[in-house]
Design a binder for this molecule. Sequence first.
Ligand SMILES: NC(=O)C1=CN([C@@H]2O[C@H](COP(=O)(O)OP(=O)(O)OC[C@H]3O[C@@H](n4cnc5c(N)ncnc54)[C@H](O)[C@@H]3O)[C@@H](O)[C@H]2O)C=CC1
Ligand SMILES: O=C(CO)COP(=O)(O)O
Length: 297
Amino acid sequence: MEKHVAVVGSGNMGSCISKICALNARSSTEFCNEVRIWVHEELIGEEKLSDIINTRHENVKYLAGTRLPENAIAVTDLAELGSWADILIFVLPQQFLPRVLAGLKGHTRPGACAVSLIKGVFAGQEEEPMPRGLSLLTDLIRSNLGMECAVLMGANLAPEIAKEVYCEATLGCRDPIRAAELKRLFQTPYFRISIIENEFSVEICGALKSIVATGAGFCDALGFGDNTKAAVIRLGFMEILRYVQRFYGSAGVTKRTLMQSCGMGDIISSCYNTKDVKWAATRSTMTALGRLACTIS
Ligand SMILES: NC(=O)C1=CN([C@@H]2O[C@H](COP(=O)(O)OP(=O)(O)OC[C@H]3O[C@@H](n4cnc5c(N)ncnc54)[C@H](O)[C@@H]3O)[C@@H](O)[C@H]2O)C=CC1
Ligand SMILES: O=C(CO)COP(=O)(O)O
């Protein structure tokens, strides 16, 4: 039976991965030709974004200039999507995940699985019906939807993937048969997938690299050069290693994972060109942090 593939999220990266999956599905007998993308509906002028994607085959807001395959179909009903999909690929900013999971809960197919591309951790607040404190985003997906969840992380700047410029990604998946299936869904000549069995290790790398990228952005804001930034990257990398050994030693995060695209690769690209580094590098961020430091001291 052909598997139904759904991408939950239609931003920069969601559109890129939809394009990849739709092209791979088109030339495969393993996956259903139609790949559905869940769009958080918004108006672009007078037109709905989902209508624009389905008629012009371009996500004009989040990935303008890239043609999406015609078998990538935008949808807006989460429950209907959940009831249809065998593989749910989550790729949306983490703050929206709880609401999206609530919309999918109770509307999933038996035997369906998930893959998360979302980088970060969930910080639960008291008033939310979610766990308090820090949780892995994949644990939220597993516990809310009752399905296995793999991860796909790497040095994967969406605008470059959209131009089909070579990059690598790491698939964290403990089940070797599912890992091979997902690799067939995601891999292209310009998007090369390596498999690591330890899902947790891949996910935690994607979460922690943002802290290092923020440090690299502060270097930019302070006018430090590339030597200092290289030191921040090296020290940040060592700190990630120490952090995971100290807090998750038994979870088996190894240097092998850290040397993959999800580790070393993502830290390098993120310290030069992500929203994290750009945010940290702005003068207003530095001014706000300076004020905060004065308040604390
Ligand atoms: N695994 C990987 O290698 C990569 C992962 N990412 C991750 O993918 C995630 C998504 O990033 P992008 O696609 O760049 O996002 P983006 O910043 O381009 O797009 C924002 C998305 O949020 C949606 N949105 C806005 N308001 C919403 C709401 N109230 N509810 C639900 N959705 C809403 C928008 O429709 C849009 O799809 C992030 O967590 C990012 O870290 C990004 C690049 C590579
Ligand atoms: O992790 C990322 C790319 O690898 C995400 O980058 P942005 O946050 O700039 O979208």
